[in-house]
Design a protein around this ligand. Structure first.
Ligand code: 5MM
Length: 342
């Protein structure tokens, strides 16, 4: 029997759990491995991801779903077990990144549109057969003095809506990720400007999803938090970020969406946790608010691992700690002292 989209979406945002974004494309995982002087090969990528998926305590208690790159969806662990089976055995939902990356918009040097719609209907059938029950597509919106342009917002949100419709047709829950970047090299990026752009993008996004006939109860939104640009010189407190972000979401996201799972976007591990916890502690919200972190869940584990088999246990402990902290944050129960205690 096909599972209902609504039930998958609820499982993906289960209480005290969140999503592990482990869908780094070949170029991105190479950059991560370069930082620990480890060669990126099919085997080293498998070893690294197998190590994460075999972190039983983290996977069973704090990870509701894992986003995979296509290679990983079809890869087997060293002992021959499909990696997807490790994820399922831990009670988490396997998911797949289906976009083909952000490509420059003709005429622009900074703005991109995410591609990957051609042939997607056929690919989704293959991914479903391989066990994927949700998918992810990431659009990138850059803030500069004169961007984002309407062309960029419109093209990206429209593509996300077309992707979401194809997913739902295939019995796959779409994670809709329109990311407003926080790491651009520009100084015109205050928290106010981030709010304004994120609100505009999300308003447009839900209008596009409506036009495409999306069942909002069978999707998950993956937004950025509302923060000042990293190079803006502005600092915002944890409470300010929580307040701006929740206000933005309340003004844009219908309450029928079951869950919102943030990206970390370059925030440090602890800051990403602190922001999520503050939102859950301070506000009543109609949706489950949780994490779908890549860097903020993996960084400590990657550093502990260093590409060496003898460091696997230490890296799994580092991953488990981060996952537990975020699991608490998803319930508004994280405290700074818990980091020191660990
Ligand atoms: C894990 O990184 C994902 C894939 O990135 P590339 O397509 O660049 O290889 C990325 O989409 C990720 O899922 C989101 O940005 C969230 O990750 P962060 O690190 O921002 O939490």
């Amino acid at each position: 029997m096909t599972e209902r989209l609504e039930d998958i979406a609820i499982a993906m945002t289960a209480e005290g759990q969140g999503i592990l974004a482990a869908d780094e494309s070949t170029g991105t995982i190479k950059k991560r491995f370069d930082s620990i002087n480890t060669e990126s090969t099919e085997d080293s990528r498998r070893d690294y991801r197998e190590m994460l998926f075999r972190s039983d305590e983290a996977m069973k208690n704090y990870i509701s779903g894992v986003i995979l790159f296509e290679e990983t969806l079809f890869q087997k662990a060293a002992d021959g077990t499909p990696l997807v089976d490790l994820i399922k055995a831990a009670g988490a939902v396997p998911g797949i990144k289906v976009d083909k990356g952000a490509k420059l918009i003709p005429g622009s040097e900074v703005e991109t549109v995410t591609e990957g719609l051609d042939g997607l209907r056929e690919r989704l059938v293959k991914y479903y057969e391989a066990g994927a029950r949700f998918a992810k597509w990431r659009a990138v919106i850059a803030i500069t003095e004169d961007t984002p342009s309407w062309n960029c917002v419109k093209a990206n949100t429209h593509a996300l809506a077309r992707y979401a419709a194809l997913c739902q047709e295939a019995g796959i829950v779409p994670i809709v990720e329109p990311e407003v970047l926080m790491d651009g090299p520009h100084s015109h990026h205050s928290i106010e400007r981030c709010y304004e752009v994120t609100e505009w993008v999300l308003k447009t996004q839900f209008s596009e999803l409506y036009d495409a006939g999306i069942n909002l109860e069978g999707m998950v939104l993956k937004p950025n938090m509302v923060v000042p640009g990293q190079k803006s010189g502005q600092k915002a407190s944890v409470e300010e970020v929580a307040e701006w972000t929740v206000r933005c979401l309340k003004n844009t996201v219908p309450s029928s969406v079951p869950g919102i799972a943030f990206l970390s976007g370059g925030q440090s591990d602890e800051v990403a946790t602190a922001h999520l916890s503050a939102m859950n502690a301070m506000y009543d919200m109609p949706w489950r608010l949780t994490y779908s972190y890549g860097r903020a869940l993996q960084h400590a584990a990657l550093m502990a691992w260093q590409g060496k088999a003898e460091n696997v246990a230490a890296a799994q402990r580092a991953f488990t700690h981060r996952a537990r902290m975020n699991g608490l944050a998803a319930q508004g129960a994280w405290k700074r002292e818990m980091e020191d205690a660990a």
